[in-house]
Design a binder for this molecule. Structure first.
Ligand code: SF4
Length: 365
């Protein structure tokens, strides 16, 4: 049964979700249990970035019994990747390292048909090659990825089959509209999540997809379709991210507003400038900061460390010392800039090497 709600989340929108508890209740999501966070032993779980799930117990069982499961996610190639996307890829990489069967979709058709700003398929493919080079530089292998426009016919047949399971009324109730571009993109997304369980691929198997809370409408509809298909498949599991927020107060990290995000292809100078202008939880004066401490919970600089710094003890130390007034924001921004710039330099050198491989996958030559 599809869950209907008075309030809709727009998966194509830019709104920042703040009231997590309300959304959990409204849409029937389960909070991610503390004992799983501990046992998975990865920063995204330990640091409270993964917040909720649907049926993740199936994947916990597979991981603990060392049995395979399907790992599927994707990126709509509608812009350049930023640090928020890196967290999605880091999560995919975590499941890959748990010996999953990996399917990372570079969604070029989805990007073109559902986003106004992408004028044609050529533009979507340019972003696809760029996004793919970054994903490979972040640790994915060519066998883990596929590009929607170069997928085999069985995938497309399946996507059309799924269309027969959705009525106009259902689509409208979930998304609030029936926009044909978004309907087509939706069918491909549902196929992206479910097609691996067909006998031509892995066959029936639990699957996991990590998404932001704003993508939950897709998750609810995909799970609903899975239960009504004539194929023998598992209902897919999902885990939910807290999105890395934008660098300005009250914003989502978004490609449409470059000042809210640090892009993976930003120059060192641009990244350092964005960090130095970021919203912090600092006090008005140095004296107040020393006396009262800062507030890392609302600080965008600390959020960068929380999402991306590999050393949990270091992140915790900075958090505690900020609270005690041992850091001034100026010093903390310099520390964070140094860390980000070092990462970007190393990453961008790898992207250069991966670009010809990515272009070959996207264009077939
Ligand atoms: Fe944020 Fe660092 Fe300032 Fe604390 S000291 S408020 S963590 S920038």
């Amino acid at each position: 049964m599809v869950i209907m709600a008075d309030e809709r989340i727009d998966p194509w929108g830019n709104a920042e979700i703040r009231d997590y508890a309300h959304i959990f209740k409204e849409f029937g999501l389960n909070a991610f249990p503390e004992e799983w966070k501990k046992s998975l032993n990865h920063r995204l779980f330990e640091r409270g970035i993964i917040i909720a799930h649907r049926d993740f117990q199936k994947i916990m069982q597979r991981i603990s019994s060392k049995k395979p499961f399907i790992n599927i996610t994707g990126i709509a190639s509608s812009g350049f990747l930023h640090l928020g996307h890196k967290a999605d890829i880091d999560l995919f990489k975590f499941f890959k390292d748990c010996k999953a069967k990996n399917y990372f979709a570079i969604s070029d058709i989805d990007a073109y048909v559902s986003r106004e700003k992408i004028p044609d398929m050529e533009a979507a493919k340019k972003f696809a090659a760029d996004n793919l080079a970054h994903a490979l530089a972040l640790g994915l292998e060519t066998k883990d990825v596929y590009v929607q426009s170069r997928k085999e016919p069985r995938y497309y047949t399946f996507a059309f089959e799924l269309g027969k399971k959705i009525t106009q009324a259902t689509f409208e109730a979930i998304y609030g509209h029936v926009d044909l571009g978004k309907v087509s993109a939706g069918l491909l997304q549902y196929a992206d999540i479910l097609h691996q369980q067909l006998k031509e691929y892995e066959g029936r198997m639990p699957s996991i997809t990590g998404i932001g809370l704003d993508q939950d409408p897709h998750a609810r509809l995909t799970r609903d379709i899975a239960q009504r298909l004539s194929y023998d498949i598992e209902v897919p599991s999902f885990i939910y991210f807290k999105h890395q927020s934008g660098l300005k107060e009250g914003t989502k990290m978004s490609s449409s507003d470059p000042d809210t995000a640090i892009f993976l292809n930003d120059s060192s100078e641009a990244a350092a400038k964005k960090i130095s202008n970021a919203f912090t939880g600092g006090r008005n004066t140095e004296a107040e900061q020393r006396q009262l401490g800062g507030n890392p919970d609302v600080c965008k600089v600390h959020e960068i460390l929380l999402f991306h710094h590999p050393d949990s003890r270091e992140v915790k130390r900075i958090y505690d010392e900020c609270r005690k007034g041992k850091w001034l924001c100026r010093e903390c921004k310099q520390f964070t800039s140094k860390f980000v710039v070092q990462f970007l330099k190393k990453h961008q050198a790898l992207v250069k090497k991966k670009m010809p491989i990515a272009q070959k996958i996207v264009y077939g030559k």
